[in-house]
Write a protein that binds this ligand. Structure first.
Ligand SMILES: NC(=O)c1ccc[n+]([C@@H]2O[C@H](COP(=O)([O-])OP(=O)(O)OC[C@H]3O[C@@H](n4cnc5c(N)ncnc54)[C@H](O)[C@@H]3O)[C@@H](O)[C@H]2O)c1
Length: 273
């Protein structure tokens, strides 16, 4: 594992109660950062599986502390600008600064585009696209005010680069994250802020297990029939959250100081096919 030194830095992670966000928080702490862990902490109407809970968020904070770093847990809905603004303020009050935004929170749901109801579309775009913008807006303003640079890393998806049946809203949001990333990279370059996004393939998290339980194993099978396997290695299965955390660490580090505005697939060859 490469060594990074985030000593004295503060990472702000959205969607940190479980899944990839929990892993990102733990990885930042392992490499010396204090971590603000945030999550909605309850379920939402159009998502048919369990989102993170307040208890899980506290458990992520415990993982950060077990690495010897300070943690601050805040229940925050990325769709709500006043909550995002207040959480950024609370983090800056407590730690004096934020250095890294890990823009990870997201939801999954499924409907044919011509059959999708408005609530399902809106909740997806509000969470997976507007939420990414709101966190980048408020942490970005903090970076500009502080005048000392910063890193924004967001989670797009392999679905940010292709179409996927039943996923019109998710695909639109994840393509949107790439456009937003490129634009923010240009706008924030003069403030020494790097802005990038990552495109994971299928990752073994509560999102995927909940999605499979809700829509049936065959749904993912049907998608895989159209797209081919999510992983060209081994048995073609899901990869681990820690593989995405590694990309987060690199893009948050000075090793990647001349990397900005990119979409980095961590997709086990999915898009190479
Ligand atoms: N799992 C995959 O296969 C996969 C693949 C590519 C991209 N992604 C993306 O990776 C990111 C993390 O997904 P995951 O697999 O860890 O999912 P997950 O469901 O396991 O975790 C997502 C977390 O985000 C939180 N969240 C959801 N809505 C929120 C809101 N409005 N405000 C704050 N927090 C909210 C949830 O409570 C949950 O803790 C998402 O952006 C997802 O779209 C996932």
């Amino acid at each position: 594992m490469p060594e990074y030194d985030f000593g004295g830095q503060v990472a702000f992670v959205t969607g940190a109660a479980h899944g990839q966000g929990e892993s990102h928080a733990q990885h930042y702490a392992k490499h010396g950062a204090d971590v603000v862990v945030t999550d909605i902490g309850h379920n939402v109407e159009t998502v048919p599986y369990d989102l993170g809970t307040g208890d899980e968020l506290e458990a992520t904070a415990d993982l950060v502390e077990e690495e010897g770093q300070e943690a601050l847990a805040i229940e925050m809905d990325v769709r709500d600008e006043s909550q995002v603004e207040a959480a950024v303020e609370e983090a800056v009050d407590q730690f004096g600064r934020i250095d890294i935004l890990a823009n990870n929170a997201g939801i999954g749901s499924m409907a044919e585009t011509t059959e999708m109801d408005e609530a399902t579309w809106d909740e997806m775009i509000d969470t997976n696209l507007k939420g990414v913008w709101l966190a980048a807006k408020h942490v970005g303003k903090h970076f500009i005010d502080r005048g000392d640079g910063g890193k924004i890393v967001s989670t797009s998806s392999a679905a940010g680069a292709i179409g996927l049946p039943g996923q019109g809203h998710y695909v639109a949001a994840k393509h949107g994250v790439i456009g937003l990333t490129k634009t923010l990279a240009l706008e924030l370059a003069e403030y020494d802020v790097n802005v990038n996004c990552i495109g994971p393939t299928g990752i073994d998290t509560p999102m995927i297990s909940g999605f499979t339980e809700a829509y049936g194993e065959e749904t993912l099978g049907e998608m895989a029939e159209m797209t081919g396997p999510w992983n060209v290695f081994g048995d073609g299965g899901m990869i681990d959250s820690k593989d995405i955390s590694e990309a987060y660490l690199w893009l948050s580090s000075d090793a990647a100081r001349y990397v900005t505005g990119i979409y980095l697939p961590v997709d086990a060859g999915f898009l190479a096919k």
